[in-house]
Design a protein around this ligand. Structure first.
Ligand code: OGA
Ligand code: ZN
Ligand code: ZN
Length: 510
């Protein structure tokens, strides 16, 4: 019965059905699901081998899963406390804006600091008005609010917000009266010549975790009692009704929302609430990181976790910050893209779309390519030919079946030199060449390979064959083709992708 069958890996049949990667179940380009589990029939049979788990469903659909893929840990969310490095008093993590712009590794370090520590300080951002928007655009999109695409933090007449005075501002998160709240804030210092006006940051998650340990009752009150936060001026009336500490269904801290200026407890908020609020506030003031923003400094921080504050300042000197908001999930996406390496991406293709059946062959696409790579290794071929053999059919996993040779070569050219991509581009031509020039070769082809030969153009003519043979990569393409043909044995031992990872790393263009 669907849902009751457990594999030795402890995952349900429904989960397996939901995770089938074959060409019928997932779009080849986007990887998106083409079916809905709710419409799927019951399971008929499960077969397990050392490398794979095969599931057959009542409608005859077969799903083949790589054990290594099944055993890989599921990706975790990036918002809750479990993916963070909590801190009490920290050194300010800073980086140079130019290095951030020029060097992907440095950019990733900065974005990771926002995700893990909750903030980063970029130094040397030009003190040009509007530059804060350019900073946000390096990793995501600006979130426009009632304050505009950006806002100026300086002293103005009749301010609609105390931020626009010289008064001190206690630790807070911004826009708590927004739901959804802006998750990321940027503050860029253009001028800071006033006495005072120091900045402090507090890790709201670390302090909330401390409250949970030291005063669990107060923690419970703050997580279970929603409060109204509101903001009004001539053109705006915003209000949100959320708890000060928001936890996810597993009880993990996920958002802190606190701002004395706009919090409006209702009549129902009695002494218990205020006791808890005071307790949290007291701990918050104990663990502040204090520093001074200098012109050119741009602070990026998680507005659902880090509280920021400033001391009051003298109006005899001028102080001018510009700020804007953005989305932390977009920042996390940029970091994830920077974290992608060619080899990791290829590995994911082998275990994801590669698990699909290889039309008419008794092995999957991934098994077929791994066996071709293994044959090349066995022949002690040079690295570039092992890679070409391993990746020769990658085009099946990226695009349209009929031109998988050119599609594959084009895909691989992002990372690999022609010594790898050319034999891939020519591996179908090599089959047509061998059929024309080598007696007995055609007879050795598998049924599926004979079928595809038809729409691939059939055996080459004499002229075509001579032209092909004169090309610089013809010999390599023919060599790869022989491994390709030999890599369809369902009884052969299939190596893991990781066997090839170091070799691929060596070949990737710097
Ligand atoms: C703000 C704010 C801090 C500062 O505008 O939200 O907190 O240093 N400003 O002026
Ligand atoms: Zn603020
Ligand atoms: Zn092949």
């Amino acid at each position: 019965m669907l849902g009751l069958v457990q594999t030795s890996l402890g995952v349900s049949a429904e989960w397996l059905r939901d995770n089938c990667r074959c060409a019928e179940c997932r779009d080849a380009v986007s990887g998106q699901k083409l079916f809905d589990l709710a419409d799927s029939p019951a399971i008929a049979e499960i077969a397990e081998s050392a490398a794979e788990v095969t599931v057959v469903f009542a409608d005859g659909h077969r799903s083949v899963f790589d054990r290594a893929w099944l055993a890989a840990p599921a990706p975790l969310g990036h918002r809750d406390e479990s993916s963070k490095d909590l801190w009490t008093r920290t050194d300010v993590v800073s980086a140079s804006w130019l290095a951030y712009l020029d060097d992907d590794a440095e950019r990733l370090r900065c974005l990771d600091s926002v995700l893990r520590n909750g903030f980063v300080l970029l130094r040397g951002v030009p003190t040009r008005p509007g530059a804060v928007l350019e900073v946000a655009e390096t990793f995501g999109f600006v979130r426009e609010t009632n304050y505009g695409r950006l806002f100026d933090v300086h002293v103005v007449d009749s301010p609609n917000n105390l931020a626009f005075t010289s008064k001190p501002i206690t630790p807070h998160t911004d826009n708590p009266y927004r739901d959804p709240v802006p998750t990321l804030q940027l503050l860029h210092c253009l001028e800071n010549a006033a006495a005072g006006g120091e900045t402090t940051l507090v890790d709201g998650f670390a302090v909330a975790a401390r409250l949970r340990a030291e005063d669990p009752e107060a923690f419970a009150v703050l997580t279970q009692t929603p409060v109204t936060f509101s903001f009004a001026d001539a053109t705006t009336f915003l209000s949100a009704f959320r708890p000060i500490i928001d936890v996810d269904p597993a009880g993990r801290i996920r958002e802190v929302r606190i701002n004395n200026r706009s919090m409006q407890p209702g009549r129902e908020h009695g002494p218990e609430f205020y006791r808890a609020y005071r307790a949290f506030r007291a701990l918050l003031t104990e663990s502040q990181a204090a520093f001074r923003l200098e012109p050119g400094d741009c602070l990026l921080f998680d507005n659902t976790r880090i509280l920021h504050a400033r001391t009051g300042f003298e109006t005899s000197g001028s102080r001018h910050l510009q700020g804007c908001y953005a989305d932390i999930d977009a920042l996390a996406s940029s970091a994830a893209v920077l974290r992608r390496t060619p080899v990791a991406e290829l590995a994911a293709m082998f275990t994801g779309p590669g698990a699909a059946a290889y039309l008419g062959e008794p092995v999957t696409q991934a098994q077929h390519m791994l066996l071709a790579g293994a044959a090349a290794l066995h022949a002690q071929a040079p690295d570039h030919l092992v890679a070409a053999a391993l990746l020769h059919d990658i085009g099946h996993l990226v695009a349209d079946e009929q031109h998988h040779d050119t599609a594959g070569a084009r895909f691989l050219a992002r990372w690999f030199p022609p010594a790898v991509t050319e034999p891939v581009r020519l591996h179908v031509a090599a089959k047509r060449y061998l059929c024309a020039t080598e007696p007995g070769y055609f007879e050795s082809l598998s049924q599926a390979s004979v079928r595809t030969l038809g729409f691939q153009g059939g055996p080459m003519s004499e002229v075509e064959a001579a032209e092909f043979a004169a090309g610089p990569y013809a010999e390599d393409a023919v060599t790869v083709r022989r491994w390709d043909e030999a890599a369809k044995d369902p009884e052969a031992t299939v190596p893991g992708f990781s066997l090839f990872a170091p070799l691929l790393e060596r070949l990737v263009r710097p």
